[in-house]
Each structure stands twice: as structure tokens, then as C-alpha cells.
Design a protein around this ligand. Structure first.
Ligand code: PLP
Length: 366
């Protein structure tokens, strides 16, 4: 059966070779006589799987030894609470509200302390990354426990292309939809986290990378922090305080290996840039399609655009579906169209989408 061109925002396309390998190993993993699905997380075979996943990720991102890598559950969403519970020691933190997920994280932060909105682009329906001058000034005052950003806004198709300089205030970033799309300078962050279901693997795994000194004394709110969310406990237990998402982590490990085997994150970033350039160029050259994000804030992962009206958007979605193109309906909060061009989406698929856009436009005589 032919596979579709999958532009879903997540869960999203996985590399075909990863799916094939997992299929081959599904009944009998490496001669163990059982599936990874059936394997104790305390077994030697599984320990090797999780250790390899972590080691590969560390090589890919060049993660310093002073950072811990955790594979948790509860999605990126659970970390919206986990971050203030662990890190809001003085009960004061700053949030950059650049989209829906940043806003949800800020709301969660408000439950545990004074969560200040340092900058927001809500007034222009999150079409851009807000100016960061005020954020940097506020961070410089030194009384914030952290500055929180959502580095790539999946719904609105915007991305931080430079990080705020927060001096000594830890920068916390939700990198869910840009994680592993290119290199990251880990030392710029106090903590970064990502739901895996875009670039790293299947839904149900959240990768947390945290500077060890920030969690060494236990959670800021030890009185109320659920043990599961206690990052020191999770680090001490090697992400196995309880049963982890064993199969999900195994698949993440395979995706990490695939990135390594396809020349790593610099090469991945170049391929992603070429895909994004082609798609944005097609939008900019068109009289029918228009981009919805401010050009300076455009995301390399989620390309948001629209036609002249909602009816034509729907007609284009149907037209594309007939040509094997799926997942391009915009999020309900943003409307319009969105193509997520994560790592496993090939240039071939982006070419199919852009050709389809041109044909559709021509078919309407525009
Ligand atoms: N943060 C970002 C940037 C996202 O794109 C998403 C989901 O798409 C989330 C957070 C929420 O993630 P989860 O569904 O894993 O909780």
C-alpha cells in the first residue's frame, strides 16, 4: 500500500526505516524471544535500549555531563506544571506568551506563584515572536526563578530565531515542535523539554533535559509536587521511578540513530531549511495562497498559510487529499492551512505539496 504525504503536526510522520525495523523486531527483539512490548523495564535487554537512546541523544545534541536526560510520560503538558513545581523557588517566574501552548504553560505557572507575562503577541493573534528587549531587561533584574519560552509555536507557525539573553536567569524552553530539527546550544538553557510526537518518536514520551544543579535540592514545592514530577527523583531513578513508556523510548532511540546515520543535526537543519524555503517560496509567489506568520518569525517546522477564504481552504484540503496529501488543515484555533515539515517529511513530499498548490491555483484560473 502506498504511504501518503503526511504533513500532520503530531503525532507525525516517522522515518520509514524506523517503522520497518520495529516491524521486523516486533515478535523477537534481538534474539530475546520476546517483543520489546513484552519486556520488563528492569531487564538487561531493556536497560541497554534506554541507555543507548540516551547516549545517542547526548551525542546528537552534544549534551554536557552537567545535564540530565529524562524520558517521561504525561506529554509536554504535564511539564507545564512540573516546571513551576520544581523550579519556582522564589515563587516568581516570567513567561513569554507567543502562542497557545505558552499560554497554557503560563496559566499552569499561575497556580504555583507569580507568573508574569513578560511579553505577548496575543494582540496580533500570535502571528509573531514578541520583541524580547523587555524580557531581557526583566531577566537582568535577577529576581525571577526562570524565563519560560515556547521556542516553536506549532499552531501559529512561528519560531524564535534567536533566544533571549537571560544572563543568569535560567531559560526554560518548550522545544516540542523544533526538537532535533537542528543543533541546539544546550548550555543556553536551564531546562528544555519536548513531547516526542513530532521529531523524536511516538506520542507518549516527553524528553526533559535539565541542568543538574537546578534539581539537586529537590522540587521547589516538595510539599505538593507529585513524586512522578519530582525531577530529582526521576533523574536518580534513570526515568524509572515507575514503568516508563518502554516501547516509545525504544522507538525514540531508533529515530535518534536514524538522525545520526543520516549525518546528524547540521545536515538535518540544512534539509529542513531547503524544505521550508521551497514551501515559503511557493506561498510568496502565489496569488492565491498567503502566509499567516510575520516573515521574520516564520517557523521552519510548521508552515501556516491560507487561501482567500475558508471555503477555498476546504476545497484545497479535499483536492490535496485526492493526491495523497494529508494533514494540512490548520489548527482549529488558527484556521486556514498548515503543513508540518518535520524531519521525516521528505523533500519529495514537500515537492508534491507545492506542485499540488500550483495546480490547484491554476485550476481556479488565478
Ligand atoms: N507544546 C507544543 C509546542 C506543542 O506543539 C504541543 C502539542 O502539539 C504541546 C506542547 C502539548 O504536547 P502534549 O500533547 O505532548 O502534551
Amino acid at each position: 500500500m502506498a504511504r501518503v504525504h503526511n504533513f500532520s503536526a503530531g503525532p507525525a510522520a516517522l522515518p520509514q526505516c524506523v517503522l520497518r525495523e520495529a516491524q521486523d523486531e516486533l515478535f523477537d527483539y534481538a534474539g530475546t524471544g520476546m517483543s520489546v512490548l513484552e519486556m520488563s523495564h528492569r531487564s538487561e535487554a531493556y536497560r541497554a535500549i534506554i541507555e543507548d537512546a540516551e547516549a545517542t541523544l547526548r551525542r546528537l545534541l552534544d549534551i554536557p555531563p552537567s545535564y540530565r536526560v529524562l524520558f517521561l510520560q504525561g506529554g509536554a503538558t504535564l511539564q507545564f506544571a512540573g516546571i513551576p513545581l520544581n523550579l519556582m523557588r522564589r515563587r516568581r517566574a516570567g513567561y513569554v506568551v507567543s502562542g497557545n501552548f505558552a499560554k497554557l504553560a503560563w496559566r499552569e505557572g499561575c497556580k504555583y506563584g507569580d507568573a508574569e507575562v513578560l511579553a505577548s503577541s496575543e494582540a496580533s493573534n500570535f502571528d509573531r515572536i514578541p520583541e524580547l528587549g523587555a524580557v531581557e531587561n526583566r531577566a537582568a533584574s535577577g529576581d525571577l526563578d526562570y524565563v519560560y519560552i515556547c521556542q516553536n509555536n506549532t499552531i501559529f507557525g512561528t519560531q524564535f530565531h534567536t533566544l533571549p539573553d537571560c544572563t543568569d536567569t535560567p531559560l526554560i524552553a518548550d522545544v516540542s515542535s523544533c526538537f532535533l530539527s537542528g543543533p541546539l546550544d544546550i548550555e543556553r538553557y536551564g531546562l528544555l523539554f519536548a513531547g516526542a510526537q513530532k521529531n523524536a518518536g511516538p506520542a507518549g514520551v516527553t524528553v526533559v533535559i535539565v541542568r543538574e544543579d537546578l534539581i539537586a535540592n529537590g522540587p521547589a514545592r516538595a510539599d505538593i509536587c507529585p513524586t512522578y514530577l519530582d525531577l530529582r527523583v526521576q533523574a536518580e531513578k534513570g526515568s524509572m521511578y515507575n514503568t516508563p513508556n518502554t516501547f516509545g523510548i525504544y522507538l525514540c532511540g531508533k529515530v535518534f540513530r536514524w538522525i545520526e546515520q543520516t549525518d546528524g543535526l547540521v545536515a538535518m537543519a540544512q534539509r529542513n531549511r531547503a524544505k521550508a524555503d521551497l514551501l515559503y517560496r511557493t506561498i510568496d509567489d502565489s496569488d492565491l495562497f498567503q502566509g499567516t506568520a510575520d516573515p521574520k518569525s516564520r517557523s521552519m517546522s510548521n508552515v501556516t498559510f491560507r487561501t482567500c477564504d475558508a471555503e477555498t481552504d476546504e476545497a484545497f484540503i479535499a483536492y490535496a487529499r485526492e493526491r495523497g496529501i494529508e494533514g494540512i488543515k490548520g489548527h482549529r484555533m488558527a484556521g486556514g492551512l498548515r503543513a508540518s515539515i518535520y524531519n521525516a517529511v521528505t523533500m519529495d513530499s514537500v515537492g508534491a505539496l507545492t506542485a499540488c498548490m500550483r495546480e490547484f491555483e491554476a485550476s481556479r484560473g488565478s
